[in-house]
Design a protein around this ligand. Structure first.
Ligand code: HEC
Length: 104
């Protein structure tokens, strides 16, 4: 009986840990949602990116835009860039801007 109690308790503890770590580190949606056009390194050198005219994230024109400019493009779209408002959460889109800065 004592054993069963301990086992239940540790199962609950493991479950909580898994839930917490998931909340702290959401998976980066870049690979699933952006990479097909912008490429793994953000150069826009994929066939779809070239066809649609995606610029490299490290191009001067992109670097000089503010974080809120980039966030607006992700949210509302621009040219052939699809809008992601409603498909991604605000924290996810903010994290993507930070990720783009890292790629730059
Ligand atoms: C279907 C292809 C496609 C997908 C998917 C896509 N993009 Fe884009 N993106 C583009 C194109 C094309 C542009 C250039 C738009 C223009 O300037 O006319 C662009 C522009 C941008 C820009 C502005 C940079 C600039 O060129 O001024 C940002 C930031 C951006 N995309 C982020 C993202 C993020 C983050 C995702 C994933 C959530 C994503 N994109 C998914 C095609 C795509």
């Amino acid at each position: 009986m004592k054993f069963l109690y301990a086992a239940t308790l540790s199962a609950v503890a493991i479950f909580c840990m898994a839930t917490v770590s998931h909340a702290q580190a959401p998976t980066n949606p870049y690979a699933a949602k952006c990479q097909m056009c912008h490429g793994a390194t953000g150069l826009g050198d994929t066939p779809a990116g070239k066809m649609m005219g995606a610029r490299a994230f490290n191009a001067p024109d992109v670097i000089k835009q503010s974080d809120s400019d980039l966030l607006t493009v992700i949210k509302s779209g621009k040219g052939k860039m699809p809008a992601f408002a409603g498909k991604l959460t605000d924290p996810e889109m903010t994290a993507l801007v930070a990720y783009i800065r890292k790629l730059q």
